[in-house]
Design a protein. Structure first.
Length: 426
């Protein structure tokens, strides 16, 4: 039997070494991070075959883990474990740092090395952050890494520990996406068996489709079109639109042309999403695509997004394009939308452009949009523009808006003009 004195000496030496290592790395920063009640310290040995563990930033992380392991072993042999985990000092300092790059760098290294043995340390680092949207990226990284080896555990944590209003839905979607990218059938079955919605809609499937799309876009698209109308389909559409646009503008347009026409409202909204994404990359190409479409709400949605992007880059080119659209109703819609966007940025240039067109019933809504935009800045000028509207009903509507704004600035002048020129609007 070993001597009690020898056993105590070994224990004291080990504890002293661990204390020295923790003090050296922490630079007097020893505040523990609490885990949820009932959890105990896991085996914290990081795997040796992870590339991220070779970086200089993670070297202290490994040594600190070994120190914590030493302490944990002695505690287990001498009494019950305390309900706290001391984070590796460099990770603890980084998570408290104000610099986003430093914080994310250390946290990312920890997440890359995450496995079943050291998961509780990484979770503790995440829980040390302020709750809410400010840690959204860290939450996403945690769920993605965790789901690679324990998706059920990651999903259980998201549902039980994270705030329902700010984090839970996003965390569940990310965990399911990672799981689906590795095993789509298992993720699909879990989502199907854990859906609480009794209406037939299953929002969990949006995360599954997101993950499948990362590996097999065609398979994700097939799953998407089988979804019933509901939140799952609307959420999944955002992921698919982004993926197709990443492939290229032509690929996104080709996919849009395949969208079924039997659900007109859904098709129009989806076309608007695609048009918005394409317009950000290439508004002229998006404009050409809209020219090939039949008149209607779907085309108008794309025109809205195209002009919203194009006006900020080249308003004159956008104006020239909108004025040349062949279909009368579509042209009127485009010119009205252009005026709404352009008049906010440059009312003088917009007025000069409008002066190129004669008064007409077709131009009435366009001029009305301009009156609406400039009434707050120049109500007297807005009154003059309103009087150029041909249709009397539309003219009166525009005049009332301009005169209301004018009265706020100069009530006497506005009322004098009304008495002299439009007494019926008193």
């Amino acid at each position: 039997m070993k001597s009690p004195i020898l056993f105590v000496s070994i224990w004291v030496s080990t504890a002293a070494i661990a204390f020295w290592a923790g003090t050296w790395f922490s630079e007097k920063d020893t505040e523990p991070v609490q885990l949820s009640e009932g959890q105990s310290a896991p085996d914290l040995q990081a795997p040796e075959d992870r590339d991220s563990m070779n970086s200089s930033n993670v070297a202290p992380f490994r040594h600190a883990i070994e120190a914590v392991n030493s302490i944990s072993s002695e505690v287990e042999s001498s009494g019950p474990a305390e309900d706290a985990i001391v984070l590796p000092p460099n990770l603890r300092r980084a998570m408290k740092a104000s610099g986003l790059v430093e914080r994310l760098g250390a946290y990312l290294d920890a997440v890359r090395a995450m496995d079943a043995g050291n998961a509780k340390l990484v979770i503790a680092a995440f829980e040390a952050l302020p709750t809410g949207y400010g840690r959204h990226l860290e939450m996403k990284l945690l769920m993605r890494s965790w789901a690679t080896f324990d998706p059920i555990g990651a999903l259980a944590y998201a549902n039980e520990k994270l705030d329902a209003k700010s984090e839970r839905r996003f965390a569940v979607a990310e965990a399911l996406a990672e799981w689906a990218s590795l095993d789509s059938q298992a993720a699909f079955e879990w989502a199907k068996n854990n859906n609480d919605n009794q209406t037939g809609d299953n929002p969990l499937l949006a995360g599954v489709i997101k993950g499948v799309a990362e590996k097999d876009l065609a398979a994700a698209t097939a799953m998407f079109f089988e979804l019933p109308n509901g939140n799952a389909r609307w959420q999944a559409s955002n992921h698919l639109v982004q993926k197709y646009v990443e492939l290229g503008v032509d690929e996104a347009i080709a996919w849009a042309d395949q969208i079924p026409r039997d659900e007109q409202n859904f098709r129009e909204v989806l076309l608007g999403q695609i048009g918005s994404q394409i317009a950000r990359k290439d508004p002229e190409r998006a404009a050409e695509w809209s020219d090939s479409m039949e008149a209607g709400d779907g085309r108008n949605r794309i025109i809205n997004t195209v002009l919203g992007q194009w006006v900020g880059k080249d308003a004159k080119a956008a104006a020239d394009w909108s004025a040349k659209i062949k279909d009368t109703g579509t042209r009127q819609h485009a010119m009205t939308q252009l005026t709404n966007y352009w008049a906010v940025r440059d009312p003088v240039a917009t007025a000069q452009w409008l002066n190129d067109f004669p008064r007409s019933n077709e131009m009435d809504p366009v001029v009305g949009a301009f009156v609406s935009r400039i009434s707050g800045r120049d109500p007297a000028g807005a009154v003059d523009w309103a009087r150029s509207i041909v249709d009397q009903k539309q003219q009166d509507t525009a005049l009332r808006q301009a005169l209301t704004a004018w009265r706020r600035i100069d009530k006497t002048a506005a009322e004098n003009w009304t008495n002299a020129n439009a007494p019926h609007l008193k």
